[in-house]
Ligand binder design. Structure first.
Ligand SMILES: Cc1ncc(COP(=O)(O)O)c(C=O)c1O
Length: 383
């Protein structure tokens, strides 16, 4: 019997197991060990610009961003409605008011004209998400923020290895973040990173990550002992996670090439089927090199979406949807969200389905997924 095709499968295929074993056998599990340093140095080289601090998650890196740009009660932060809760929660935690802007209908990234409309004298920062690692407008958003004296923060949870006009995603704002959650293309089974493009924020970022101490100055020989110098938390990446991640980062070319083949196979097989049914497929704008994190379809309604997911499940294919439009969520509504206020986010949120795309998806499995998707038209016509 054929196995069901999981939405995600993060099995190892490089040195992950060996590296995790090395840390375990070394007896030294402290954070900021040799594997954390290897990950940090590699990312810094790959991104060609920012300072990189390895963190325990992207969520924590975002919380550090909120802290570093000093948002608080009375400040507004413009955020997309179509994103994961962490993007916004980090700023709400500090008492800032999230102001929801809509996303563009092609890339599902922040709509720059809606951001312009929502800027106010209270706006302290804009947080953008490069959905699926694709963007066609982050340069325009950065220019708008610079003109208005507002910080731009890139939640780049989806965009590691993605570029726009030759520049790495995560390097356009004052700060950027990365996620190594197990559903991402390169994973540590968790973990994240903070990308610091504004040098003036670096020293405080180190302290914030180190429980409010100047431990990194001590490690670098700049002080004789470390002590409590600011508020902070424990946001460093555990060394076991760094060891796993290091194995994955080393395999980045193989992983990216595999994901690209899968993405292009889906796109080649499904684009015209989708067009006939009024189903949307991903759009990668000119100038953008996407990291092929996900392949999705956007169905016209949530009823069609739910039926489609059930149709795939009945054929042994696990598909997933996300994100509920956050301006309509329990937390989002009190900030002024209401039906119709971010119409594109609402439509995408209702219709989007992600197909299985992971580092061990085989060609045979993908052929089965494609066949199951294409049968949906037949079922729809027959009913
Ligand atoms: C856009 C976005 N931002 C932030 C996060 C949070 O990432 P993490 O799980 O690493 O905290 C996610 C979740 O994966 C995400 O999709």
């Amino acid at each position: 019997m054929l196995r069901d095709i999981p939405f995600n499968d993060a099995r190892t295929f490089g040195n992950e197991e060996r590296y995790v074993g090395e840390v375990m056998r070394s007896g030294n599990l402290a954070a900021d060990g040799p594997f954390s340093e290897r990950c940090r140095a590699l990312l810094q080289e790959l991104l060609d610009g920012p300072h990189v601090l390895m963190t325990s998650s992207c969520t924590h890196a975002l919380e550090m961003c909120a802290h570093l740009v000093e948002v608080g009660p009375g400040d507004e932060v413009i955020v997309p409605s179509f994103t994961f809760a962490s993007t916004i929660n980090a700023f709400a935690l500090r008492g800032a008011r999230p102001v929801f802007a809509d996303v563009r209908p092609d890339t599902f990234n922040l709509d720059v004209s809606d951001v312009r409309r929502k800027l106010s004298p209270r706006t302290k920062a804009v947080v953008t998400v490069h959905y699926g690692g694709a963007t066609g407008s982050v340069d325009k958003l950065a220019a708008l923020c610079a003109t208005r004296g507002v910080r731009l923060i890139e939640d780049n949870a989806h965009g590691l290895l993605g570029t726009y006009r030759g520049r790495a995603l995560g390097t356009f704002g004052s700060l950027g973040t990365l996620s190594f959650h197990w559903t991402k293309g390169l994973t540590g089974g968790g973990g994240g990173a903070l990308l610091i493009n504004d040098e003036s924020l670096l020293a405080r970022a180190r302290v914030l990550r180190d429980r409010g101490t100047d431990r990194s100055d001590y490690t670098n020989g700049r002080v004789d002992a470390y002590t409590w110098v600011d508020v902070g938390s424990n946001h460093a990446m555990p060394e076991l996670i760094a060891a796993y991640l290091c194995g994955q980062l080393e395999q980045r070319h193989t992983i990216l090439a595999h994901r690209r083949r899968c993405w292009e196979r889906y796109d080649g097989a499904l684009s015209s089927w989708a067009a006939e049914l009024g189903v949307r497929v991903p759009h990668v704008p000119p100038g953008c090199r996407a990291p092929y994190l996900m392949y999705f379809l956007v169905l016209p309604t949530h009823v069609a979406r739910d039926r489609f997911i059930a149709h795939l499940a009945a054929r042994g294919v696990e598909a997933a949807f996300h994100y509920p439009a956050l301006h309509l969520s329990k937390m989002g509504r009190p900030y002024g969200g209401g039906p119709g206020s971010c119409p594109v986010s609402e439509a995408v949120s209702a219709g989007l389905v992600r197909l299985p795309l992971h580092n061990t998806l085989s060609q045979e499995e993908q052929t089965r997924v494609i066949a199951a998707v294409r049968e949906f038209a037949w079922v729809a016509e027959a009913s």
